[in-house]
Design a protein around this ligand. Structure first.
Ligand SMILES: [Zn+2]
Length: 338
């Protein structure tokens, strides 16, 4: 019996091969076969009558999404979706982007099989998230959303991307302290009033700290876009950019598998709570447009010791201005690194 980090590493190594998974390349076809085999290994129920593969075309190009379903107790309820993209931006392993999230999704699918939840859970692996398809009508998550015929709609969506690495600060490099390295960002809590309390009630495992940020700080970096614009509750988990982002050096040996395992455990716990939560339709008024500012500030205050914030010239955040200052630091130190 392998440990969770070992299982995740073995999945990443199975998918993140040297030729990559670019749309139209032979490596993409290999990835499709691998995903089919993984879903079959877990004996998941296909989402469509025709099987796990959901092929589609755009122009003359062929694409394939994959989806399976974990049946819940109440088939009348809208399903919860957990999803990640599996394509790669270049002909290279792209382990962090996004084999790590595929591994997390498969590990969670295998755990969900033995626990019957209140509602169905859709396990989705999307094609064509990367440029030149990003946010176009060929993007896998957009096509999955537009083509789905399930009249129950979606309860909520959990999306992950770039979750396999330790956060590193440009100015500190290898000396980046553990309190920064262990961070994961969770975006989108503002998409439903019940989400902050769900995040607060889900403590992170040791070795991981989550900071909540509103999505507008890094607009629609991944497949949560289509769920946000259609007003579904969503959460997007990411460790952001690192020096190997979209480079040939994004290889399986560079990932932090213990952290990835902690993110998997935490995502699994969030998913169990989301599946149970009613998340009733809600209407937002301009007055509560920034209702998550204090919540976001509290997650930062919980994750980063005051002394460390002080080193960067920041005080413990309590308001939107405090969160802005911390995000400013985070973006300066990590965004488009390398
Ligand atoms: Zn990417």
């Amino acid at each position: 019996m392998h440990s969770v980090p070992e299982r995740l590493e073995s999945l990443v190594r199975g998918l993140a091969l040297p030729q990559g998974r670019r749309v139209g390349r032979s490596g993409h076809r290999d990835a499709e076969i691998w995903i089919e085999a993984q879903f079959a290994r877990l004996a998941l129920m296909p989402y469509a009558e025709t099987g796990y593969a959901l092929p589609y075309t755009s122009g003359r190009t062929q694409f394939t999404n994959f989806a399976a379903i974990i049946p819940g107790r109440d088939q009348s309820l809208a399903p919860l979706l957990i999803g990640a993209h599996y394509d790669s931006v270049i002909d290279a392993p792209c382990a962090d982007d996004n084999a790590a999230s595929v591994a997390l999704t498969l590990e969670i699918a295998s755990r969900l099989k033995s626990s019957q939840l209140r509602r169905d859970v859709i396990i989705a692996l999307f094609d064509a998230e990367e440029p030149p398809y990003f946010l176009t009508e060929a993007m896998g998550s957009i096509r999955f959303y537009e083509n789905q015929t399930d009249r129950r709609g979606f309860h909520a969506a959990l999306i992950t991307d770039l979750i396999g690495h330790d956060v590193g600060f440009r100015s500190l490099a290898a000396d980046t302290p553990e309190e920064i390295r262990r961070l994961v960002c969770v975006l989108g809590a503002e998409s439903h009033p019940a989400l902050p309390a769900i995040i607060d009630a889900t403590p992170t495992p040791s070795g991981l700290a989550a900071i909540a940020l509103r999505n507008s700080y890094a607009p629609d970096l991944s497949d949560h876009h289509i769920f946000r614009v259609n007003h579904h509750p969503y959460l997007f988990l990411s460790c952001g950019h690192w020096p190997h982002y979209h480079k040939r050096t994004d290889t399986p040996d560079r990932l932090a598998y213990t952290k990835l395992a902690a993110i998997t455990d935490w995502t699994h716990a969030l998913l169990l709570k989301l599946a149970d939560a009613p998340l009733p339709p809600h209407s937002r008024t301009p007055a509560d447009a920034d209702s998550t500012a204090a919540f976001e500030a509290a997650t930062i205050a919980r994750a980063i010791p005051p002394g460390l914030l002080q080193k960067f010239g920041l005080s413990v955040p309590a308001t939107r201005a405090g969160v802005d200052a911390f995000v400013g630091l985070l973006l300066r130190e990590t965004y488009e690194l390398g």
